[in-house]
Write a protein that binds this ligand. Sequence first.
Ligand SMILES: Cc1cc2nc3c(=O)[nH]c(=O)nc-3n(C[C@H](O)[C@H](O)[C@H](O)COP(=O)(O)OP(=O)(O)OC[C@H]3O[C@@H](n4cnc5c(N)ncnc54)[C@H](O)[C@@H]3O)c2cc1C
Length: 413
Amino acid sequence: MKKALIIGGGMSGCAVAHQMALVNPDWDITVIERGSFLGGGVKTRWRGGHPFTFGPRHFLTPLPELYEYLNSVIPMRRCQEHEFITYIEPDQNYYSYPIHADDISRMPEEGQIRQEMAEALQMQGAANAKNFEEYWTGSVGKTLYSKFVDGYSRKMWQLESNKMIDEFSWSPKGVTIKEGPRATWDTAISAYPIAANGYDDYFDIATQDATVLLNTDITDFDMDNKRVRFNGEWQHFDMIISTISPDTIMNNVHGELPYVGREFMTIILPTEFAFPENVYFVYYAGNEPYTRIVEYKKLTQHKSDSTLLGIEIPSDKNKLYPLPIQSEIARAYQYFSDMPEGVISMGRMGSYKYIDIDDIIFQAMELAKQIKEGGVAHPVPVYGSDQLALNLLSKMIAQGTTVQDIEAGVKLK
Ligand SMILES: Cc1cc2nc3c(=O)[nH]c(=O)nc-3n(C[C@H](O)[C@H](O)[C@H](O)COP(=O)(O)OP(=O)(O)OC[C@H]3O[C@@H](n4cnc5c(N)ncnc54)[C@H](O)[C@@H]3O)c2cc1C
């Protein structure tokens, strides 16, 4: 029997263990997790009787088959109604997020905003944008950008300027200006597990055919020989599927990949609900140290006279958000291109990309399918409709470009 090692028991490690068991039951799978539980940040925790995760972690997907799969393992509640709002201090007001066309008439600078939007449309500014700031000013004009996006994004990514963000094909919240319903995800499936313990049963079901080693740290990585050392012993595998940062498993030879992390605080309030009906999150676009507050019972449907809020504060404490900066993405791809056959890197850290639970399940399905068909086309399985993984690495290889070239300003054709 061939042996595969999965490094990391977060959502990705669990999803790939499950897909391997479903599609390739002839493989012997070991999952190594350094922490004392499976699920990473998606694991349910408890405070004052309230269930919560660090951050919202609700399931969003445009692909029904991904929802059907997850729903068949852990029944999900659809929450199509949910809305996000942003607090804008200069206006002392809350508006929908993504920016909603109907809110513009409530803003003090309405005339100026409409003029800037018309100019942006005429100049097709977004199409020629070289960085995140140009993308947004070219889409919605300067005033909306400075109200909603500028401060939020600099806080979110811990950067001095949004001009530093030069990879902006991602836009997790979709459109720049939304029209029609205020529900944030009216064009995608939006859901949260029904069980009080959230996704936790998924982690156990997904790994039931695998050997799971918790509280186990890998001390040495030797990807060229597909072996790792843990519990003092080197172990060889036929395949290694890593869900942790690629620089770690490749011994940092091209330098460390930067991430932004989060401090999480919870607060219980003596009121049944803190946010208006259907509002699940409030974003803060100004100088507040936090980016977002989540009211968990909107997701979990927990019944209580009190409510639990989760507050997210950007920090450098942990590795949660890979930076959308081309030179760093290129560094990650340098690591991917060094990975020998049989070493695969997936998940949010593993792909070095801001991907969500649905993308991770997609990657796990794609990977298991490719293994069954006889080989893996790429060290990073493609996620959702995103072709970036395939395109960037093949371009770098074809053009003989290294991360040092990209740092020096060489642009990929
Ligand atoms: C604040 C926040 C809110 C989010 N909200 C949503 C949301 O609403 N909807 C959504 O779809 N997605 C959301 N996401 C994204 C989603 O949760 C992540 O994409 C997903 O959890 C990543 O899973 P992963 O397994 O790739 O990584 P991780 O969860 O980071 O798992 C990696 C695992 O590897 C382990 N590990 C690390 N190093 C080692 C080592 N050397 N040896 C062994 N084990 C190791 C870690 O302990 C961890 O358990 C959110 C993310 C954040 C940070």
